[in-house]
Design a protein around this ligand. Structure first.
Ligand code: ACO
Length: 397
């Protein structure tokens, strides 16, 4: 007994699609996913090839501009991004308003949104040059802000970026270096970090990207739109899954408890799900997870910690899921967040920073979609609803 809204719109067809399972909200040329066959292409290039042969800043250029850069274009791009890595000193003061034990994603929502107060007047979203500068600023400042969140939480001084380092090296140095000791970045870990950035760079119209596009559709300031994307990413069904994986491994605690958790995950009356398993779009192995698994093995071997108890539980869970009928029938494979969580833990990144690193990586996807939206004729996003409330009635006399 619902009110039909069609007469209000004057339009013939009304679709009801909770969770946007089968409704396209836009056209896009950026990323293609074939979930049934485990295919992910950025601007036509397979993710496996990009992860193997490219680096994060090159992938940023590709997502933003549609083509891989020439050597000269890449050099200019890297230099330009490097010029924007510092954040305004006023913004550093902003951190002091947060509790030290605040979740870093809460701080990121605030400080990235606050960038809109620094870059407001000069921003004309209809001017391609202004949109480009906005992208440079975001790509460059996200690692600086992410590392500042961590340093603030442990009471250490902020580390300034060092622009001659690669993107991954610079981030690790800002996280783990201190002003009183030289921090030598291990190249294997820097490469692993870069792979994590590449593998999370874009994934077409996921919840956070759709949020950025929708917020952007009103003409809102892009830094505020990215803050909205960060908020959408935070949830455990989306970017929060990599943190949730480690929390779950903690709760399992011991290999002898794995069976009990598997049974809970299979129980239709129990809301518990195995974190890091399953994906809305991939009903086959997530191609990013394959690359991430390889990187994970490299990092664990390098650090000689294959026998870490938490990591042993993770490996055993993976084995079970690949063999258990429940998971096989539903095509629930470990997703990218399952392995990225393990790598980040091995590198020494605290669990509550995992989703921040996802946000940092995904910023290029968000800003590329925002830029694509504003580069072509567009409309403000305005989803419809199926009204199921009261019919019109009179206010009591
Ligand atoms: N553990 C146990 N069972 C699961 C899991 C899981 N992780 N994921 C799905 N299922 C089951 C569902 O209960 C359902 O079973 P049923 O058919 O018997 O009812 C079936 O598999 C299909 O699941 P849906 O809920 O329809 O899948 P949906 O596409 O809505 O959800 C999601 C996808 C949210 C990713 C889900 O698999 C999940 O919650 N996974 C855990 C969280 C996670 O890892 N999220 C990261 C996503 S990847 C990313 O954001 C980069």
């Amino acid at each position: 007994d619902v009110i039909d809204v069609r007469p209000l719109t004057g339009k013939g067809l009304f679709t009801y699609d909770p969770g946007f399972v089968s409704t396209a909200a836009c056209e896009s040329k950026i990323t293609y996913i074939d979930g049934a066959n485990g295919i992910l292409l950025h601007r036509g290039y397979p993710i496996e090839q990009l992860a193997e042969k490219s680096d994060y800043l090159e992938v940023c250029y590709l997502l933003l501009n549609g083509e891989l850069p020439t050597a000269e274009q890449k050099e200019t791009f890297v230099n330009t991004v490097s010029n924007h890595t510092m954040v305004h000193e006023q913004l550093s003061q902003f951190f002091k308003g947060f509790r030290r034990d605040a979740h870093p994603m809460a701080i990121m929502c605030g400080v990235v949104g606050a960038l809109s107060a620094f870059y407001h007047d000069s921003l004309d979203i209809n001017n391609p040059h202004h949109r480009e500068v906005c992208a440079y600023r975001l790509i460059a400042k996200m690692p600086t802000l992410a590392a500042m969140c961590y340093k603030y939480s442990i009471g250490q001084p902020f580390m300034h970026p060092q622009n001659e380092l690669s993107y991954g090296e610079n981030f690790l140095r800002m996280m783990f270096g201190t002003p009183c000791s030289e921090y030598k970045v291990n190249p294997v870990l820097a490469r692993a970090m870069d792979r994590i950035f590449i593998l999370h760079a874009d994934h077409e119209q996921n919840a956070s990207t759709s949020t950025v596009r929708l917020a952007g559709s009103s003409g809102a300031n892009p830094f505020a739109c990215i803050a909205a994307g960060i908020a959408a990413l935070w949830g455990p069904a989306h970017g929060g899954a990599n943190e949730a994986v480690l929390t779950m491994l903690d709760e399992i605690g011991d290999e002898s408890n794995i069976a009990e958790f598997i049974e809970k995950a299979k129980d239709p009356n129990d809301p518990f799900r195995l974190m890091g398993f399953g994906h809305r779009v991939y009903r086959n192995f997530d191609p990013r997870a394959k690359v991430m698994k390889k990187t994970c093995d490299e990092v664990l071997a390098l650090l000689g910690i294959e026998n870490d108890p938490q990591l042993r539980i993770a490996k055993r869970l993976e084995q079970i899921a690949l063999e258990d009928d429940y998971f096989v029938q539903r095509k629930l494979y470990p997703n990218v967040d399952f392995y990225s969580g393990i790598i980040l833990k091995a590198i020494g990144i605290p669990t509550n920073m995992f989703t921040v690193i996802f946000a940092l990586s995904r910023t290029i996807g968000w800003i590329s979609h925002w830029n694509e939206f504003h580069s072509s004729p567009n409309k403000i996003g305005r989803p419809r609803q199926l009204y199921t409330g009261e019919k019109q009635r009179d206010y009591p006399a």
